[in-house]
Write a protein that binds this ligand. Structure first.
Ligand SMILES: CC(C)(COP(=O)(O)OP(=O)(O)OC[C@H]1O[C@@H](n2cnc3c(N)ncnc32)[C@H](O)[C@@H]1OP(=O)(O)O)[C@@H](O)C(=O)NCCC(=O)NCCS
Length: 214
């Protein structure tokens, strides 16, 4: 049987009637992934997720789903406006699709969607132990600022345009030091050093740092 490929995955906006997709993705999360997503163990879909879905379409809440070629929902990303130009982001991918690029695609699509609805600053709260999510956001937004809040790392960043612009317009220049430092973190020191990011890059509770400031 052929294995589903990442280039056969499609990204769709959810509407408020897409509860099945929300449930499908939750059902595909292992207990560890549920803990990573909700920061607590939960055997059933938290009612807040369906409430959130009911607010989709209002311009203040948006959700995108990744679907496999059979149409099953395999990933979700939520955008929730918290102020005129600020929003929170939460993302989840079913375990059977982990490490195949679905999270990266969803995050890129979420950045586009955020820009489209006027969100110029995104925030994601991650458990400091959540290496997968730290890498996902660190790769996509190496310019992110990281704040430590107890057991969580708060990433805040400006969503960037993904595709190159036509004509003379160019994408905004990358801010060198952070990107360079993040790449160095990955390529020279590997996973062992990356695991130290929470402790090394964030000096103390509620201290602020970027990936490049360690
Ligand atoms: C975080 C999550 C969304 C990543 O999804 P994904 O589809 O596996 O992500 P990708 O395949 O695009 O990988 C993105 C990066 O993370 C890395 N990564 C993914 N899982 C990893 C793991 N378990 N350990 C270490 N790195 C991991 C990938 O290697 C890749 O980095 P690289 O390009 O430097 O190799 C997924 O693990 C998940 O749903 N976790 C549970 C929910 C959660 O933690 N949500 C975040 C809090 S809101």
């Amino acid at each position: 049987m052929p294995v589903d490929r990442i280039d056969e995955v499609s990204i769709h906006r959810l509407d408020r009637f897409d509860g099945l997709a929300v449930q499908e993705v939750f059902d595909g999360l292992s207990p560890d992934s549920r803990f990573a997503r909700y920061h607590t163990g939960t055997p059933v879909l938290p009612s807040g997720s369906m409430s959130l879905l009911g607010r989709v379409d209002g311009g203040d809440v948006a959700a995108l789903a990744a679907r496999d070629r059979g149409g099953s929902a395999i990933g979700l990303v939520w955008l929730i406006r918290t102020a005129e130009h600020d929003g929170e982001l939460a993302i989840e991918v079913v375990d059977s699709w982990h490490r195949r690029g679905v999270g990266t695609r969803l995050l890129g699509a979420a950045e586009e969607a955020a820009r489209a609805i006027g969100i110029g600053r995104l925030r994601a709260d991650l458990l400091a132990t959540n290496l997968a999510a730290v890498r996902l956001i660190g790769n996509t937004a190496p310019h992110a600022t990281i704040t430590r809040e107890g057991p969580e790392l708060v990433f805040e960043w400006e969503p960037r345009r993904r595709r190159p612009l036509r004509g003379s317009a160019r994408p905004p220049p990358a801010r060198g030091p952070n990107i360079r430092s993040y790449q160095m973190l990955k390529t020279r020191a590997g996973d062992a050093l990356l695991r130290r990011v929470p402790a090394g890059a964030v000096p103390s509770d509620r201290g602020v740092a970027t990936l490049g400031s360690s």
